[in-house]
Design a protein around this ligand. Sequence first.
Ligand code: UDP
Length: 316
Amino acid sequence: MRLLVTGGAGYVGSVVAAQLVEAGHEVTVLDDLSTGHQDAVPEGARFVQKCITEARDELDGMDAVLHFAAKSLVGESVAEPGLYWSNNLGGTLALLDAMRERGVGRIVFSSTAATYGEPERSPIEESDPTRPTNPYGATKLAVDTALTAFARVRELGAVSLRYFNVAGAYGRYRERHMVETHLIPNVLKVATGERESVSVFGTDYPTADGTCVRDYIHVSDLARAHLLALAAIEPGEHRIYNLGSGTGFSVQEVISVCREVTGHEIPAVVGERRPGDPAVLVASSARIERELGWKAERPALRDIVSDAWQALSGKA
Ligand code: UDP
């Protein structure tokens, strides 16, 4: 297929673009490089430096769009909601209009567990209430809502994938955020000497060891779900799937595994809770397993951390 990958110079987008090229698809990556890295665009993909509101001319002859380009920092979204609404919702609406104009009727959308907010039960299923607790989650939910409505009237075929905590690396493709907020890369940066210690954001949560529990999914497993989603798109239908490994690990457990994998003592300093962090976020991925035959191949936290470490320490 001929595919446009928006945000394909970012972490998840670059891994999906690499797997699409490996599967024999003709891939164009569209990215404005506001947070992405041009050297993350896989060999064999065409690269266009543009933002999503300028995608129109790149859509001619495309069979589908995989849409990753977005602002994705929770804290920044609270401080600058306008930036998030205009980029994530406004930008996507412009992209959808351009797709309609150029006759492209298929989209895979990068959604998030942040659409659910503070969950009522664990694991979270797709039918659970969506009550985002920050503008980032709200903008992603707004796009999901728009996709459902557009699918009905425009014969658009769409799949939203709601990611839980994506981590690990795929060969040389790894997480490289300019502002790193995520746990695993921050812990590993202590082992490389880039940071002196890691902060543990709260030890008084109602969990076994008092630290927050998250569902870590290997970026390679996550990326593979996009290829399955692409093949499953039906015109006139919008499907939503959660994507996690189905097992929760606490912040302390993550730090322990990072110590084992790196052989570094990794000092940890207990700090305050980070506002807006739910105690436990674990996905039920039963729907995508049942309907698309997806299954996590590298669910072990040790494998996820090892692959991230190999890539970060230059051994991948
Ligand atoms: N966390 C932490 N120290 C850090 C970064 C994150 O204790 O330096 C905690 C955070 O409070 C959350 C978990 O690790 O409970 C995962 O956070 P991350 O930002 O990786 O992902 P999120 O769950 O917010 O999407």
